[in-house]
Design a protein around this ligand. Structure first.
Ligand code: V47
Length: 403
């Protein structure tokens, strides 16, 4: 069915989407500028259905943050997670403490550990090698997605070696994929304002290129909703698309909504307590899907945008929902009021409740479990007053919703 468009500027782009033609950076700007959110959503939905039909992926994962000590504490001014070594709330886990936290995976159907943390001045590569090897020994069936490109480059600096060598050693220890964090926005002006001294764009892209060449697939992100312009967003997406043309190693794109609580940038912008808007969250999903035609998946990160908005995003081009998570620290430090975790059943019902087919996946997007229409997992939760139970459970979990 052709899209019903309110904004005539979208018609030319709709024709390209219908024909499966690649969109130009100018098209992406038109999409970011349009007030016709529903028109944009229909186009993104068309592009998504062509790739994924009604399937929506999720993973049973657990986030682990071994340390929040970070040498960029005072220069990454958007971050609420980092601490200096002696600051209140600073922590660095021993390997045994990490393994203990990971034990939560035994009671859950966990298939992936997502491991990221600060740039600790003293933690050596051997700590991360032992951490990954130790987790693999204890949980042989669990994939390890660990360390952003920024952490990889930091370890190479500490060890006076190359990022390629760090990646090789981590892969030998059991690293399967890289997460997409640390990309923020590639524009040098934005980086100088919000993340001065963080790994430059070229370096972030180089580490991902090297990972792909070594057979380590990765994710990519963009942190939006702070000081970036729409042109900055488009330039960022163009650079991700260009690298993907070269290597094909990105699995999923995740737009990350900036949260302004308890960080210097939020104070400077006078934005504490106000996150991004739902309108912009959906636009970032939809434009990502339409412009990044060579990246197979687009993921919604429910801890940042709420499970409610993530559910709606499934009709705006999104085919992948962040997993069970278990412990979330990066966004909760920055003012997210979402729950720390969603249970496996809640995720499945959230996806089904949007009229989609939930598919549990592994880290490489291979289907692990699908659900027949009469699967008991879809039955209303005991005590639920609502049809599927999912919406009611989410209301209870989210409480007051996002600030
Ligand atoms: O790079 C930090 C972001 C990222 C804030 O690969 C903030 O599957 C909002 O990259 N407000 C790390 N965002 C997390 C990340 C990620 C998350 C989920 C899935 C995957 C994946 C990767 O978090 C950082 C930064 O962009 N971040 N502080 C903040 N105040």
């Amino acid at each position: 069915m052709p899209a019903r468009l309110e904004d005539r500027a979208l018609e030319r782009i709709a024709a390209k989407v219908e024909a499966g033609e690649r969109l130009s950076p100018e098209d992406a700007l038109v999409l970011f500028r349009t007030p016709d959110l529903l028109g944009l959503g229909q186009l993104a939905d068309t592009a998504n259905r062509r790739k994924n039909g009604d399937r929506v992926f999720f993973s049973a994962n657990q986030h682990i943050n071994p340390t929040n000590v970070c040498i960029l504490r005072h220069t990454c001014i958007f971050c609420s997670f980092a601490r200096t070594p002696r600051e209140d709330g600073a922590y660095t886990r021993t390997l045994e403490e990490v393994f203990e936290e990971a034990e939560a995976a035994r009671e859950q159907p966990t298939r992936e550990f997502h491991i990221v943390g600060g740039l600790h001045p003293k933690l050596r590569l051997s700590y991360y090698v032992d951490l990954i090897r130790g987790l693999k020994e204890r949980f042989p069936g669990v994939h390890i997605k660990a360390l952003t490109a920024v952490e990889i480059a930091h370890l190479a600096r500490i060890e006076k070696t190359t990022t390629r060598q760090v990646l090789r050693e981590l892969k030998d220890a059991g690293l399967d994929t890289l997460p997409g964090g640390g990309a923020e926005v590639f524009s040098p002006a934005v980086r100088a304002t919000i993340a001065d001294r963080k790994l430059a764009a070229e370096e972030w892209l180089r580490v991902h290129r090297e990972a792909h060449e070594l057979g380590i697939p990765s994710n990519c992100t963009m942190l939006y909703g702070h000081v970036e312009t729409l042109e900055d967003r488009v330039e960022h997406l163009t650079r991700l698309r260009d690298l993907q043309d070269e290597t094909g190693g990105f699995l999923t794109y995740i737009p990350l909504a900036y949260h302004p609580d308890h960080n210097e940038l939020g104070r400077q912008l006078g934005r504490e307590g106000t996150a991004t808007t739902g309108f912009d969250d959906l636009k970032n999903i939809a434009v990502g899907r339409l412009f990044l035609d060579n990246i197979p998946h687009v993921k919604t990160h429910w801890p940042m945008v709420t499970p409610f908005l993530s559910q709606i995003a499934l009709h705006f081009g999104c085919d992948d929902v962040e997993g069970t998570v278990v412990y979330e620290r990066v966004y909760h430090e920055a003012g997210a009021h979402t729950p720390m975790m969603l249970s496996y059943g809640e995720l499945v019902r959230l996806i089904k409740g949007a009229g989609k087919e939930p598919v549990e996946r592994d880290s490489l997007y291979r289907p692990v479990r699908t659900f027949a229409p009469d699967d008991p997992i879809f039955r209303p939760a005991p005590g639920s007053t609502m049809g599927s139970g999912a919406a009611q459970e989410l209301v209870e979990l989210v409480g007051t919703g996002r600030a």
